[in-house]
Design a protein around this ligand. Structure first.
Ligand code: AMP
Length: 151
């Protein structure tokens, strides 16, 4: 059986991704694997040129990044206090591209993500990030469904 030495879990801090994270952590413990916890900041590229923001884009991006860092820190403090072999990654971009890109860069043996994210849409089988990662990733992907999403 293939060993999972490196596992990448994608978190958007939704209930679904928190649930997927618990599965990834359990697997990382079982296989003594390194766990990468990835959050992608959706780039507001479409806004450029359409609006004249009150604060500069640089300032806005800085604040979004600061907020993401704080959320990640609090998430890791809460969930990883008894697990050392992990690294947090925060990158800007398109979530599905970055999830696959970071899996490649970190030579992950497995990508773990929730079937749904912050956008909800529980009537569809997969959210759009989940669907794109499953379709496009050359690496194994484990999608984890929250119990209440199955009905
Ligand atoms: P979605 O397909 O957007 O409903 O989300 C499905 C899953 O993809 C979530 O449960 C997360 O595991 C992952 N995901 C979605 N957006 C992001 C993001 N911005 N950063 C990291 N992971 C994400």
């Amino acid at each position: 059986m293939k060993e999972f030495r490196t596992i990448l879990v994608a978190v958007d801090f939704s209930d679904s991704s928190n649930n997927a994270f618990q599965m990834a952590l359990a697997m990382a413990r079982k296989f003594a694997a390194k766990l990468y916890v990835l959050h992608v900041i959706n780039e507001p590229v479409d806004l450029r040129g359409f609006y004249v923001p009150h604060i500069s884009f640089e300032k806005l991006e800085e604040e979004i990044e600061e907020g993401a860092k704080k959320m990640m820190e609090s998430f890791c403090r809460k969930n990883l206090h008894d697990f050392d072999n992990f690294e947090c990654l925060i990158v800007p971009g398109l979530p599905y591209e970055q999830i696959i890109g970071q899996a490649e860069e970190k030579t992950a043996d497995l990508i773990v993500l929730g079937t749904h994210g912050r956008t909800g849409l529980d009537h569809v089988l997969f959210g759009s990030t989940a669907e794109k990662v499953v379709r496009k990733s050359p690496y194994p992907v484990l999608t984890v469904r929250l119990e209440e999403e199955t009905s």
